[in-house]
Design a protein around this ligand. Structure first.
Ligand code: NAG
Length: 331
């Protein structure tokens, strides 16, 4: 029994290329268009260095399409404060693909999903240096032993959260982030996936949420970034998980650590009544980022995530556009 669980886990972890890209946004259920207003990369790989500049809005090892000569998105998506926003993830930039077993992401890429906002002068500005971020939503491990990524897969790539009603109107970057933890027994190992949408919040208030820098908000030794035991996200399933970064901002000033889980199979009119309280954490973060290590992890899973280090090599390579949906980095 234990042995077969472990074998299953090993098979899943072997899908090193089951990456994902946040690529479509819905506002109160209204589709804003595929790839519209979102800075998508040309490669769907992860980042693993939490101190990387590209942790804010991707790029670098996963060149943004702009690095391939394509323009930045010119659309700014209007979102009323308090709106329900749905971010949709898929394996590749071509969107939903039911025949791809790794769409929206390969099973086994378990971990949390979260959303951050940073106020900007213009959501069309290309520079993402020094942005001040606040988290507005997070979903991690619920007490039923299931992860945010599993719920996202059940919902065909979609995650839904609310824009706080009380924050200032104006332009923001909306950063939606997914962390896959299958390699997180060492650091670097956890896989960070994120994209930024260009948004304009309307009808807001005057709250000034506390902010963090990205990079800076995470450390390689955070319990949610480096988890103790090899394969521990599979077996035994952990009972709690501390999501990296601050707790989400809420307009009431209280920290809301609850997540409502909606079973994906039920009709959309049937809302789950169970509200599951996540493990809350009120740890004070060290602001000192841990420098990245360039060494190859030497624990038991080495062969499995050796592949995951390859994107780091891409920074020295050249980006070649095939079309809007696909480009390659060549030596
Ligand atoms: C943001 O929305 C406000 C209110 O509708 C509008 O006046 C403003 O022009 C918008 N800004 C951008 C950059 O879209």
């Amino acid at each position: 029994m234990i042995a077969s669980s472990l074998l299953g886990a090993l098979a899943i972890v072997g899908s090193a290329y089951g990456h994902a890209i946040f690529q479509q946004l819905y506002v109160n259920g209204v589709d804003q268009g595929h790839l519209t207003g979102i800075r998508v990369p040309s490669y769907d790989g992860p980042l693993t260095d939490v101190t990387s500049f590209y942790m804010s809005c991707n790029g670098g090892p996963n060149p943004l399409n702009t690095a391939c000569g394509l323009p930045y998105p010119t659309t700014i998506i209007d979102i009323p404060a308090g709106a329900s926003v749905t971010a949709e993830w898929h394996h590749t930039l071509s969107g939903a693909n039911p025949s791809d077993s790794e769409d929206p992401i390969a099973k086994g890429h378990n971990g949390p999903i979260m959303a951050y906002l940073a106020k900007v002068n213009s959501a069309l500005q290309t520079d993402t240096t020094g942005l001040k971020w606040f988290k507005i939503w997070e979903d991690g491990l619920t007490s039923d032993g299931r992860w945010a990524v599993e719920r996202m897969i059940d919902n065909k790539g979609k995650v839904t959260f609310k824009i706080p009603t009380c924050i200032a109107s104006g332009n923001y970057f909306l950063r939606v982030e997914l962390i896959a933890l299958h390699g997180a027994s060492s650091y670097p190992g956890a896989q960070f996936y994120m994209e930024c949408a260009q948004i304009n919040i309307t009808g807001g208030g005057s709250a000034s949420p506390a902010t963090v820098s990205i990079p800076g908000a995470y450390s390689g030794s955070d319990p949610g970034v480096k988890i103790k035991q090899v394969f521990s996200i599979y077996y035994p399933v952990p009972t709690s998980y501390t999501i990296p970064g601050p707790r989400p901002f809420t307009c009431g000033g209280t920290t809301d650590t609850s997540t409502t889980y909606t079973p994906p199979t039920s009709s959309s009119t049937t809302k789950a009544s169970s509200s599951i309280t996540k493990a809350s954490s009120s740890t004070t973060k060290s602001s000192t980022p841990v420098p990245s290590s360039t060494s190859t992890p030497t624990t038991g899973g080495v062969a499995l995530y050796a592949l995951d280090l390859r994107p780091a090599l891409r920074e020295r390579q050249v980006c070649k556009v095939s079309n809007e949906y696909y480009s390659q980095c060549l030596p």
